[in-house]
Design a protein around this ligand. Sequence first.
Ligand SMILES: [Zn+2]
Length: 402
Amino acid sequence: MPDRTIRHSFKTLVSALCGVTLACAAPAFAKAPSGDVVKVRLGGSGSTTRIVIELDKSVAAQLGSDVDDAKKTVITLPDVQLDQSMSGPGQGVISDWKLESQLGAVKLRLNYKAGARIYRRFLLPPADGISTYRYVIDVVPDDVRTDAVPTPVVTTPTQQVDAILAQEPAKSSRKIIVIDAGHGGKDPGAKGSYSWEKDANLAAAKALRDALEKTGRYKVIMTRDTDSFVDLAARVRIARSANADLFISLHSDSGTSSETSGASIYTLSDSGTERAARKALAKGDWSLNDTTSSDQIVNRILIDLTQRATKNRSATFAQLVMDHIGDSTPLLKSNLRQAGFVVLLAPDVPAVLLEMGYITNAHDEDMLNDNHHRQVMMGQVAKAIDQYFENDVRYASLVGFR
Ligand SMILES: [Zn+2]
């Protein structure tokens, strides 16, 4: 078989896929790509065996010309870095596989149990919460008839993408957001002229949940989704046991003057941080490292480091929220605040408490009870959450931290 690049076919295929189901930026096919192998997976159904190479860059692969053997195939991935060889047992028609570095490229060697051939290969760009490029190779036994060999003529891209995504651990890549509707049940919170805080908070929490779930990028957990009483420590425990990436508590403010109005946002104050650290040391639900050491000094350093990162992230997120909601909602003059709110105490979950407006102010109370305004405002909070995680990913890849 001649050494043939299938770069052009990829381009056609990926444009087709993007057009139909995926919102994606045009992958860089024109230039020689480079990238690292993240992992290799095998799967398959019926007579087709599928091997998926996950990369952090796009790649244009070539079928090797040096092998004329029905029981193996070599595929070259040019300009791909691989720190050490990878190999593993096969599945279906593949008996084993090996990925190794050779002359600045990576070679994939597939050994077959019996005569087999590659039916199709294609590249899926990052999409739907999956951050890697996936180079997919389908292998079939020689005796299986196929109409399109090996050029990937895709008649049903939607089904194909669905099939790939079905194999992905996509759920785990969704960020976990805990939304905390303040007060509830026997604790009504602040009182307006015709409404209670607990109801405005819950309605906003549901609007935010809907906005986030619509994106498919988040798993949302509510500390309450009915008019029920949940104590403060339980709310923090929910955030921690959910392994939350972000905690947002929604409240409505109250003031002695009916003139006071506007939204503001709180992150944990230093004294609150101190309190969380003391709790963590008091070996409760708060312990950050049950396994590593009982040494309190080590514990203390770990908690300090976690809290510094958590505080920085909370502050970043708080600023983003105010930047976004400022378009639709009046803000208090000094709207970035700090306090020792109990719900913000989890040492390892970035957390903010948003006071959406003053229920004791006539105009704010109307906005808090207006369905349309609520949807606009929570849509903007959802945008702030998107941007927070976009920045976070960029930051993580810069410093190699995650
Ligand atoms: Zn409140």
